[in-house]
Design a protein around this ligand. Structure first.
Ligand SMILES: [Ca+2]
Length: 327
């Protein structure tokens, strides 16, 4: 009997401490929020005490989809449902997509495709509280992978700033396990910097205003240097004895001209001016590697998500949607 009473007491103590969690480093964080951003430290502390550590977020972070090979990654996004969904989303929002495309100089199918890859046109925007996600990844980042807790700590700070600026209910806002929000999955820093109020109601709402969502995705691509109606990528012909070092070294930033790449043994199958800056990337297919010449626009897509697999999926989906849409 006594054992049972003790047990119950222990459970209630544990659950009380779960209600108000003391996260390692939270105190210092609140002090910094006050000092550098003029936020109320007591409010920040109270908010963080209501944030919950989530093991599921740590688990998700240690196995992202970008760890897959291309032939496993592509079928996740290049489905008939996602292509048809894109055509439907485009037709339903034709005026807004045209408006954003004209205003920001971004090809419409890429605006549609990004929203399609990120959230299936708003069907999957994430069920984690952003506060829990960013707190978990700031203070409990998994030690077995490259430490990005600094990045998430900055995003947590930006999340607080965003809350103050946009009047968001920070303890309720939902997003991905990494804290990405709304139909375009904007991290707090991107929300602050690139979100636009395209419907003109005085707020930037990336959940409920399709005008704001579509405008913000277009502005994001625009601000990172999108070049309208310019190529994104082209399959590469690889000459015998091609300089494979170029593939590993060129990264994704287009730092060589097509003429220089041709000298190294890589030429695009499409007809593109030889002074165009480009890079080369390699994808793992089921039956070997494929090589791709990538251009500025490909690089711009990787500003959304650093993976070349991501950029290629966005490109392929954009292409498929544009064809089905009849462009
Ligand atoms: Ca708005």
């Amino acid at each position: 009997m006594l054992k049972r009473v003790l047990m119950l007491a222990l459970v209630s103590i544990l659950s009380a401490s779960c209600m108000a969690q003391q996260h390692p480093g939270a105190e210092e964080f609140a002090a910094r929020a006050a000092e550098e951003y003029g936020l109320d430290p007591a409010e920040v502390t109270a908010l963080l005490e209501g944030a919950r550590f989530k093991q599921s977020i740590v688990d998700a972070m240690t196995r992202p989809a970008e760890g897959k090979d291309w032939h496993e990654y592509r079928p996740i996004f290049l489905t008939e449902k996602r292509i048809d969904g894109g055509v439907e989303f485009w037709r339903e929002n034709e005026a807004l997509i045209n408006q954003a495309s004209d205003r920001f100089g971004v090809d419409p199918e890429y605006i549609v495709s990004i929203i399609g890859v990120e959230t299936f046109y708003g069907r999957i925007t994430g069920r984690y509280r952003v506060l829990d996600a960013l707190t978990t990844l700031s203070f409990y980042y998994p030690s077995e992978i490259r430490d990005r807790s600094g990045f998430f700590s900055k995003e947590l700070m930006n999340f607080l700033v965003l809350g103050q600026k946009e009047g968001l209910p920070l303890d309720q806002v939902e997003g991905s396990y990494a804290g990405a929000m709304g139909l375009g999955q904007f991290m707090p820093s991107s929300y602050l910097e690139y979100a636009v109020d395209m419907d003109g109601d005085g707020r930037r709402d990336l959940w409920n205003s399709l005008a704001d969502v579509i405008g913000s995705v277009a502005n994001y691509l625009h601000r990172h240097g999108w070049q309208a109606e310019q190529p994104v990528t082209s399959r590469a012909r690889v000459a015998e004895g091609a300089d494979m070092e170029r593939v590993s070294r060129s990264k994704l930033k287009p730092e060589l001209t097509l003429a220089e790449l041709a000298e190294a043994g890589f030429t695009p199958v499409d007809d593109i001016a030889s002074d165009t800056p480009a890079a080369v990337t390699r994808l793992v297919e089921e039956d070997g590697d494929s090589f791709w010449v990538t251009f500025k626009n490909f690089y711009v897509i990787t500003r959304y998500n650093r993976s070349p697999l991501y950029a290629m999926a966005v490109h392929d989906l954009a292409d498929a949607i544009a064809q089905a849409h009849g462009e």
